[in-house]
Design a binder for this molecule. Sequence first.
Ligand code: COA
Length: 262
Amino acid sequence: MLLNIVKRHPYNGHMSEIVATREGAILTLSINRPAKMNALTRAMYGELAKGLNEAAGDFALRCVVITSEGDHFTAGNDIKDFMDNPPTDEDSDVGVFLGALLNFPKPLIAAVKGNAVGVGTTMLLHCDVVVASPTANFSMPFTSLGLVPEAGSSFLFPQLVGYQRAAKIFFTGEAFGADEAKEMGLVASIAPDAYGEAMKIAQQIATQPPQAIINTKALLKARQHDSVAAVMRAEFQLFAMALQSDEAMEAFMNFMAARGKK
Ligand code: COA
């Protein structure tokens, strides 16, 4: 289904809940499920991975921008999907998405507004430039859900902010805003029109010699690539086990019950 749409309308197809738009050498992937605060389902991870992998192999594309429709970036993994379709290994859609993120060879820019929960924050650790709106609110409430950090964040986040600050944020699940994220180095800049600013940066990058950009990104990431891949594998094993735990089930049921779901 997805393949057919992409063949007929390369990159400008309405990829269900991920909208892919090509503007010159820049591909925008926009998370589009605002009624559920852009919570990510298995299918959406699959579409994001497909968009990234196609962009990686398309010489004419120089840069990808990840953004969202509505007022929020994403509320993270869809909780019902966690219960109905728990990912069990790295070949699952979320695993393929995380692999595509880790290995994406071109500049990846994110424009973040509103809530960026769970993977909504951890995916930013793989982006090359993050622009946040003043409304951005970041959180990684894995432990509150009976889960563990993912997407390499148990390695990348303490590396970015220091061990104790990372431990406090992971252990308490506390959120932080755009100013703190900028001070941490999780975001490069804050702009009321985060997407407009991200596109400006992408356009600037797109005028640069493309092979020099790809080689520079490879050098910037080289030191940590294999460590992150190994940490992601370890996290995945623990995460898959945690999804089956009583702690996680109770947290998921509480989330559903509070919203009048079964
Ligand atoms: N999975 C599935 N649905 C989600 C969701 C998620 N992760 N996050 C939000 N939604 C849905 C809500 O069920 C609601 O839809 P409904 O009206 O059909 O029930 C809609 O999105 C709006 O969310 P709501 O909770 O009403 O908004 P809020 O402003 O009161 O709270 C949050 C915002 C982010 C604090 C809250 O939605 C939340 O905690 N979400 C779960 C975040 C999470 O734990 N993600 C997984 C991280 S690993």
